[in-house]
Design a protein around this ligand. Structure first.
Ligand code: AHM
Ligand code: MG
Length: 339
């Protein structure tokens, strides 16, 4: 599709090409796109409209919510609950499955999202974003959707995407046929295809990790980063570069554009809190993993492919290692050798 195509044109063309995708799906994506444009606007005006700072509430993970977490969650729900495309929703900011108000028709899709990833960046005018994933409700399921309906492995995703609210607002999407990036043209209010068929270079020189946790890492992770840090004089015989935006979306977007590897591994500090990772499987690791794999990269916990994990609850966490194929394969081999 030519550069300049709007996201709506792109989705309709995809629908025609694949054939099996219904008009419902197109309409759902359109509502997701509008949700992200609305969140982009709230994020952009920041202090001018009094949306920065903490909200005095906690989410299910015990994290203090930012005002913009709550606002973005509400905007996403309101835009997607009424049209009859989704059966139910779930998000980082809601403890349980969100059931639609009785007056709205139920659709066949389940929508999961992180309304504002990296929200600690809002108060410092750093990049943040929205991540979403769409699955079908299991066939034959009756009544209101339950948590079990959402517990599908990432391989069941029909579509995943993210909106990155950076210097430009971008939307990156996959429906399982490659990855395409769109930039919001503020003059006409439309996302325009600017990054068709995004591919992650197999070789990379950047790694993204919060290195302040180094003393808690397992040996394979420590080995990989130690070797990167040793640079030309070390076993890798070349120099590496480190970047950490504090928002997974921004770091993975860089990986998608330039290659590299994004890491939020399991460590002894997380284990002490009985956590299997920091990032959440259903609405962070799976959608970003789907995009990375569709762009030719790999997404793993170190031991297993992320999208093959069988979720056991809505807010499950997992270790995340994703990006350039050669680097991720190396990290997997270090985990295998350590077993
Ligand atoms: P959030 O969804 O509550 O914003 O948390 C997820 C974020 C990721 O975007 C980012 O990579 C990570 O948490 C940063 O964690 P840390 O503060 O431990 O470096
Ligand atoms: Mg997040």
């Amino acid at each position: 599709m030519p550069i300049g195509t709007t996201i709506t044109e792109y989705i309709i063309e995809e629908q025609r090409r694949i054939g099996s995708v219904s008009g419902d799906f197109t309409a759902l994506i359109n509502d997701v796109v509008i949700s992200c444009k609305t969140i982009a606007s709230a994020v952009r005006y920041g202090s001018l409209v009094g949306v920065l700072g903490a909200a005095d509430t906690e989410n299910i993970q015990g994290e203090t919510q930012k005002k913009l977490d709550v606002i973005s969650n509400n905007l996403f729900i309101k835009r997607n609950e009424w049209a009859g495309h989704v059966a139910a929703m779930a998000s980082e900011e809601m403890t349980d499955v969100y059931h639609l108000p009785a007056q709205y028709p139920r659709g066949k899709y389940l929508l999961v999202f992180d309304p504002l990833d990296g929200s600690s960046n809002t108060d410092v005018n750093g990049a943040v974003g929205t991540i979403f994933s769409i699955m079908r409700r299991p066939e034959g399921a009756l009544g209101e959707p339950t948590e079990d309906d959402f517990l599908q492995s990432g391989d069941h995703q029909v579509c995943a995407g993210y909106a990155l609210y950076g210097p430009s607002t971008m939307m990156v999407l996959t429906t399982g046929h490659g990855v395409n990036g769109f930039t919001l043209d503020q003059r006409i209010g439309e996302f325009i295809l600017t990054n068709p068929d995004m591919k992650i270079p197999a070789e990379a020189q950047d790694f993204s990790i919060n290195a302040s946790y180094m003393r808690f890492w397992d040996p394979p992770m420590r080995r990989y980063i130690d070797e990167c840090l040793a640079g030309k004089e070390g076993p890798r015989r070349r120099d590496f570069n480190m970047r950490w935006a504090g928002a997974m979306i921004a770091d993975v977007h860089r990986v998608l554009c330039q290659g590299g590897v994004f890491l939020y591994p399991i460590d002894s500090k997380l284990r002490a809190k009985h956590q299997e990772g920091k990032l959440r499987l259903l609405y962070e690791a799976n959608p970003m993993g789907f995009i990375v794999e569709q762009a030719g990269g790999l997404a793993t916990t170190g031991e297993q492919r992320i999208m093959a994990l069988q979720p056991v609850n809505l807010h499950q966490r997992c270790p995340v290692i994703m990006g350039s194929r050669n680097e991720v394969e190396r990290i997997i081999s270090y985990h295998l050798e350590a077993q």
